[in-house]
Design a protein around this ligand. Structure first.
Ligand SMILES: O=C(O)CCC(=O)C(=O)O
Length: 291
């Protein structure tokens, strides 16, 4: 679903927006099925939580990082309406994906409650500009229904925090809990928020519940003090070759791949990249390259 201008304006004004019905049903169903390559289905987990001790190691033990073994997951970060939202929010076509995480949480594995914090600490070496120049766009694609019982993200509208200094990024536990809004929404919804927004993970409030989401973050290209993941570092991870082959030239560009017309492309690189990525359509990169 294409975001409306009003929804994007809400991210600016309030700091976050929740868009229900964002993913189309086919994309959502395929991604949900593909998650079980990484995680136990809730029935299996809750039948014997002791069989999955790794989820008890920390709140972050359920994180799995891009790329994934299936296209059904790898295509989510380049979902056209998500890229469209990023281009419009960041006000440039020169955008990049700088983080992709899949996150599973299971009730009782660990206490998922967090204090309110701003995310910029590990998204930039400096601080966000408070006038909105060069924002980053952080998102959660909900892959399971998130009710009040399911550990929803809780966010504080900017009107309550604009006066607070950017540092320290974290408030004492309990502070601003009276101002927070729970991002409850059905599977397939999108939550967008800015990196200066106070928010927190919350714990499940009933047993036998689970929460699954993919977090995809975007920024304008060209500012090396910002970022989180290095895609070349994951070049040999399972799934990366298929992901790059199946993406369009535009979608690869979101991961830093040289675009059509880049001086990188010559007869040698066209031939050798085709060998590294069997099946890739190299035609977009051939223009202007002499044989
Ligand atoms: O999982 C969530 O709902 C939010 C987590 C969060 O804010 C964090 O770990 O920084």
């Amino acid at each position: 679903m294409r975001l409306t201008d009003a929804q994007l304006a809400q991210v600016w004004d309030r700091g976050f927006a929740v868009v229900e019905g964002f993913l189309d049903p086919e994309t959502l169903a395929a991604a949900q099925e593909a998650m079980w390559d990484y995680y136990p289905r809730p029935d299996a987990y809750f039948a014997d939580p002791q069989a999955y001790p790794k989820f008890a190691a920390s709140q972050f033990a359920g994180l799995r990082f891009f790329p994934y073994v299936s296209w059904a997951l790898n295509r989510l970060p380049v979902y056209p309406d998500l890229v469209d939202a990023a281009e419009r929010f960041l006000e440039t076509q020169a955008v990049e994906v700088y983080k992709v995480e899949l996150w599973a949480k299971y009730a009782g594995a660990v206490n998922y409650d967090q204090p309110h914090h701003r995310d910029f600490g590990n998204h930039t070496l400096v601080v966000p500009r408070t006038d909105g120049f060069l924002p980053q766009m952080t998102t959660f694609l909900l892959l399971s229904d998130v009710t009040e019982l399911d550990g929803p993200t809780k966010l504080v509208p900017l009107e309550h925090t604009r006066h607070l200094p950017l540092t320290p990024r974290q408030l004492p536990m309990g502070e601003l809990f009276d101002k927070e809004i729970a991002a409850t929404a059905p599977a397939g919804s999108l939550m967008i928020y800015k990196t200066d927004v106070m928010h927190r993970g919350s714990d499940f409030t009933a047993p036998g519940r689970s929460r699954f989401a993919m977090l995809v973050d975007f920024q304008a290209k060209g500012y090396p003090w910002r970022g989180k993941m290095s895609w070349p570092d994951r070049g040999e991870w399972k799934g990366m070759t298929e992901a790059m082959v199946r993406m369009t030239a535009r979608e690869r560009d979101l991961f830093g791949w040289p675009p059509p017309g880049s001086p990188y492309w010559n007869a040698q690189t066209l031939a050798d990249v085709a060998v590294r990525y069997p099946g890739m359509d190299m035609a977009p990169y051939e223009e202007g390259v002499s044989a």
